[in-house]
Design a protein around this ligand. Structure first.
Ligand code: BYC
Length: 324
């Protein structure tokens, strides 16, 4: 059904496509029942679907620490944060469904590897300081990417982003608070915080996607306002925001080339290891298999609920027909 739907749209130089682009250029929002080019629909399904999957898979590395949080307060906060991520996934699946794809289709595409989720969630969370680094850096990078997406051209995506961003800001502050506590703690705690920064720095830079010269989708996505900035623009903003925060924490960003550049008004920094990024995308990161196995298990374990619900739905529909 998904493939059919994508094929059934008009050609891109049609009058509909021209007036569609004019609406985008004028800053109008596109709503689900409006005409849209096949490529626009397909790109949105890919991006929103991947984003939704990232929120859901993203619960795993943090969920891993709920039972080991150091205090009851930290446990309650982490639990709430992980639940928020589930909510973000649900808003985003709903936004994707308005484009005509079902949540089951999206899930199956994730489970059999046809759809991606963010590379960052293929890295392990080894210590409690990683809960700080994930909140500070991963949610920090996510906000940098998602704040501009509040102005994206597709109405349901834009509205989902407004709600998501409110919660992400709390997540980032919660992560920074853990880092602050650990950086000001015992020497062993400070070493743990530094180690978490060392391991999460480059994977966080990779979250923004390949450098602009290698980005496949940026040009078209920006013309359609599905993306509001290039990958490199957002990565630069993230570095410029995060380096002073690391200084404040008394931690060292693991990049010997890092240097303020007066002329550009930002830091020069080393590119992350793009060979590693593409390996992670191919499924060869440290936790890819574990993450997909966990999602497949959850899907299989939930089969009885889905079967029960559809049997109940069929029974109700049959009863309605009989009563007519
Ligand atoms: N990981 O042409 P490009 C969160 C793929 S969740 C994996 O630049 P695009 C959180 C890309 O898909 C954060 N794949 O692509 C949750 C494409 O491959 P395909 C998630 C990546 O789409 C829980 C290829 O590389 N945020 O914050 O224009 C706890 C070429 O790239 C990645 C979003 O999803 C990557 N990092 O730009 C805590 C935001 N980067 O699809 C936190 C919405 C690139 O052709 N998404 N690829 O096979 C976006 O803004 C854009 O999709 C991206 C990539 C900037 C990520």
């Amino acid at each position: 059904m998904y493939a059919q739907m994508v094929k059934s749209e008009a050609a891109d130089d049609s009058p509909e496509a021209i007036s569609f682009q004019a609406r985008i250029d004028a800053g109008e929002k596109i709503e689900p029942k409006d005409w849209m080019p096949a490529g626009y629909r397909k790109t949105l399904i890919r991006q929103i679907g991947q984003h939704a999957h990232s929120e859901i898979v993203g619960q795993l590395p943090e969920g891993n620490w709920i039972t080991r949080a150091p205090t009851l307060e930290r446990k309650a906060i982490l639990l709430a944060k992980v639940q928020d991520e589930a909510g973000h996934g649900l808003y985003l699946y709903c936004a994707a469904e308005t484009l005509g794809v079902s949540r089951d289709d999206l899930t199956e595409m994730l489970l059999d590897g046809r759809m991606k989720y963010s590379s960052i969630f293929n890295y392990p969370t080894l210590t409690w300081a990683d809960m700080g680094a994930v909140g500070w850096l991963v949610d920090g990078a996510a906000i940098m990417n998602q704040v501009p997406l509040q102005r994206t051209s597709y109405g349901p995506y834009s509205r989902a982003m407004i709600r998501v961003c409110k919660e992400e800001s709390f997540h980032q502050r919660k992560g920074f608070d853990i880092m602050r506590k650990m950086s000001n703690g015992t020497p062993a705690q400070k070493r743990m915080a530094q180690d978490a920064l060392n391991r999460f720095w480059e994977p966080s830079l990779m979250m923004f996607g390949p450098s602009d010269k290698d980005s496949v989708h940026s040009a078209q996505s920006m013309a359609w306002k599905i993306k509001m900035n290039t990958n490199d623009e957002l990565r630069q903003k993230f570095v410029d925001q995060t380096v002073p925060q690391a200084d404040y924490l008394g931690l060292t960003v693991p990049d010997e080339t890092l240097k303020w550049n007066d002329e550009k008004g930002g830091y020069d920094f080393a590119e992350p290891d793009w060979a590693e990024f593409y390996e992670v995308l191919k499924g060869n990161g440290p936790c890819n298999r574990e993450r997909l196995a966990a999602r497949n298990k959850a899907w299989d374990d939930g089969a009885w609920v889905r079967d029960g619900l559809s049997a109940y739905g069929q029974k109700r529909a049959a009863r309605k027909v009989a009563a007519q």
